[in-house]
Design a protein around this ligand. Structure first.
Ligand SMILES: Cc1cc2nc3c(=O)[nH]c(=O)nc-3n(C[C@H](O)[C@H](O)[C@H](O)COP(=O)(O)OP(=O)(O)OC[C@H]3O[C@@H](n4cnc5c(N)ncnc54)[C@H](O)[C@@H]3O)c2cc1C
Ligand SMILES: NC(=O)c1ccc[n+]([C@@H]2O[C@H](COP(=O)([O-])OP(=O)(O)OC[C@H]3O[C@@H](n4cnc5c(N)ncnc54)[C@H](OP(=O)(O)O)[C@@H]3O)[C@@H](O)[C@H]2O)c1
Length: 564
């Protein structure tokens, strides 16, 4: 018999990962009562490592792909000693200290899986596996993007494959039965890169198959030989956004990503590998930030492949006509979000049909936090903005748009993002250009920085804020008691990033249409690489020797010597 909690809380938060922590903390700040229901025995979600292959967590070797600058909480900087791309256990420690620093212990209930959540007469009843029913006015779903492994290929394209098939989620480290086997990794996301990194020294052959192509950049790289390696997502200042706007594929900036990732300005889509090319424009598709593994492809340790034409037994035939033998396939095909505890009609609603991917369009007492994926930037950075917005709306500090306006906004946004990602698979419904999305929510949430008034009262602070890389604290600048701390944090993150000279260079590159010319040359390069007549030339010794010489600067300058 379930026991019903007598109090009606303001919010029930489902999930105690990064997003759940953020909603809980902001709820507290806005005077809302809340409880966080978490099925595991600690905070941290995927960052709370487990050896159990049925629990989706990071792998043993995981480091973040987004820099601490773009990932940390706006009022709780990460300790500098954990570095720009922290290891997973450092992130877990950081989340635990956040939990303690803001005294969230009393709000958390561990070991409770939410099994049902239903709204009856304006009250949400949320039932947990330990037989409790929590009642609340609002419910925040923070269960994360890693819900159900996407195994759809197993029953379609790969149904005739007779070797073994695994999903990446099963692994926390190299899987010994793959020793000296022919392994094929399918998918081009960051999990594929991490698996490739751990598997390639042990296997007889690794084929990396990205059926629909992928865009890349190296999360950390030198830009010039005399510079220290830099976190590239820190090229995200307001000033740079003005020069290289998101909607135009960051003109003036795309060349930097190609150059640092591949050592070649003609590395279209950040790789220059014909098998991995698709039709999307750079920055209009998800970008895999673990591009260092492309070195394995360049030095022929890994075989790149595109679409699969057919599979029979252990033979896989690709769209380019090659047939290769494979013992085992690892699907790095990502995850499908699902909400089994919600009613069937709510489960049927796509995330894209929520207002700004957050509020249920008809009933804004239901909100989803942490499901938006930026092409570059961080999921937690976006989750923090969403958490602020949701708790401000629920505490009535701001008003949400009316139902009709919300419905219109959903239609407009869907059209906008569909067009923005028109040449991609549309598999990820909540993929966005992160900084554009953040600005949108910041305006609705009334936290978009008032640069003009900052300029009038503190000109040097304005320059810091305008030229510093993106960090959540830039959206706290309007709060008088946060301004000094925010500016100090921004100043700290500005060290070793883009200089006025870099900005001037980017502006110049934009004015002379440099990226556009590179794109045209890249089309020619791709045509030469794939031409039936010229393709056999690529295996000639002299061509390979020339290629080796051509890639010398890349080896010297950019190869993965940074430890990231
Ligand atoms: C290997 C790896 C590396 C990553 N690196 C980055 C990175 O560098 N940068 C970045 O931005 N993102 C990264 N991510 C994405 C990651 O999703 C976010 O960083 C962040 O963890 C999102 O937090 P979350 O709270 O939304 O989700 P999660 O961390 O998934 O937390 C969800 C929580 O909900 C709980 N839960 C689920 N269902 C229920 C239920 N029914 N009842 C009760 N509790 C429930 C889960 O137990 C979990 O604790 C990475 C992900 C992985 C797997
Ligand atoms: N160290 C890190 O920081 C790290 C490591 C791992 C994961 N992560 C994070 O974890 C999340 C999940 O990453 P992920 O790599 O597991 O998944 P993902 O980013 O969703 O990538 C899945 C890949 O599989 C492809 N794919 C899926 N279904 C397909 C199909 N039916 N046919 C052809 N191709 C298909 C996708 O292609 P399309 O995109 O073309 O559909 C994509 O290339 C991301 O947010 C990622 O940033 C971070």
């Amino acid at each position: 018999m379930a026991s019903v909690q007598s109090d009606i809380l303001d919010i029930v938060i489902v999930g105690g990962g990064w997003s759940g922590l953020l909603v809980c903390k902001y709820a507290k700040e806005h005077g809302l009562s809340s409880v966080v229901l978490e099925k595991r025995d600690d905070v941290g979600g995927v960052w709370y490592y487990s050896d159990d292959s049925n629990t989706t967590t990071v792998m043993k070797t995981t480091q973040t792909s987004s820099s601490s600058t773009t990932t940390e909480m706006s009022d709780f900087p990460m300790p500098q000693e954990i570095g720009e791309f922290p290891k997973h256990d450092d992130i877990h420690r950081y989340l635990k200290s956040y939990y303690k620093r803001f005294n969230l212990e009393a709000n958390f209930r561990f070991g409770c899986t939410v099994t049902h959540a239903r709204k009856q007469r304006k009250v949400w009843n949320t039932e947990t596996s330990d037989g409790q029913i929590y009642r609340s006015k609002n419910i925040a779903v923070c269960t994360g993007i890693h819900q159900r492994a996407d195994l759809s290929m197993k029953d379609t394209l790969l149904k005739n494959f007779t070797g073994t098939i695994h999903h990446s989620g099963e692994f926390k480290e190299f899987y010994c039965p793959h020793q000296n086997k022919k392994v094929m990794i399918i998918g081009g996301g960051e999990t594929a890169s991490d698996i490739l990194d751990s598997w390639y020294p042990h296997c007889d052959r690794i084929i990396w198959c990205i059926p629909r192509g992928q865009h890349f950049f190296r999360k950390c790289s030198k830009i010039l030989p005399n510079r220290k390696p830099q976190a590239l997502d820190k090229a995200s200042s307001r000033a740079l956004k003005m020069i290289a706007p998101h909607a135009k594929s960051k003109p003036g900036l795309a060349w930097v990503c190609k150059w640092t990732t591949n050592g070649s300005l003609l590395a279209y889509q950040g790789h220059g590998i014909p098998e991995f090319r698709n039709n999307a424009t750079y920055f209009h598709s998800f970008i895999n930030k673990h591009a260092h593994v492309l070195d394995f492809v360049d030095y022929e340790k890994v075989v790149p492949k595109g679409a699969i034409a057919s599979v029979s037994g252990k033979s896989v035939t690709f769209a380019d006509g090659d047939t290769l033998e494979v013992d085992s396939i690892i699907l790095c095909s990502g995850y499908i979000p699902e909400f089994p505890f919600l009613s069937t009609n709510l489960q049927a609603i796509n995330l894209i049909d929520n207002y700004k991917f957050v509020f249920n369009v008809n009933d804004p007492t239901l909100a989803y936090i942490g499901f938006v994926r930026p092409i570059v930037g961080s999921i937690p950075g976006i989750a923090e903005m969403q958490a602020q917005w949701v708790t401000k709306v629920w505490s009535k500090k701001i008003q949400i748009a009316g139902e009709e306006e919300r419905i219109t906004a959903v239609k407009d946004d869907t059209k906008f993002w569909m067009q923005y990602f028109e040449s991609t698979s549309h598999r990820l419904q909540t993929l966005v250009e992160g900084y554009a999305y953040l600005d949108d929510i910041a305006k609705l949430s009334k936290v978009y920085p008032d640069y003009w008034s900052l300029f009038k009262r503190n000109p040097s602070g304005f320059f810091t804020a305008y030229f510093a890389p993106y960090n959540g604290c830039s959206f706290r600048l309007n709060e008088p008691d946060m301004e000094a701390m925010a500016l100090e944090t921004l100043r700290m993150h500005s060290k070793d990033t883009i200089t006025p000279m870099n900005l001037a260079l980017n502006l110049f590159m934009r004015l002379v249409w440099f990226d556009w010319f590179l794109d045209q040359l890249s089309v020619v390069k791709y045509w030469l690489q794939t031409s039936r007549l010229l393709r056999p030339l690529s295996s000639m010794r002299i061509v390979r020797a020339l290629n080796y010489i051509w890639t010398t600067p890349k080896r010297y300058l950019f190869d993965d010597k940074t430890g990231h």
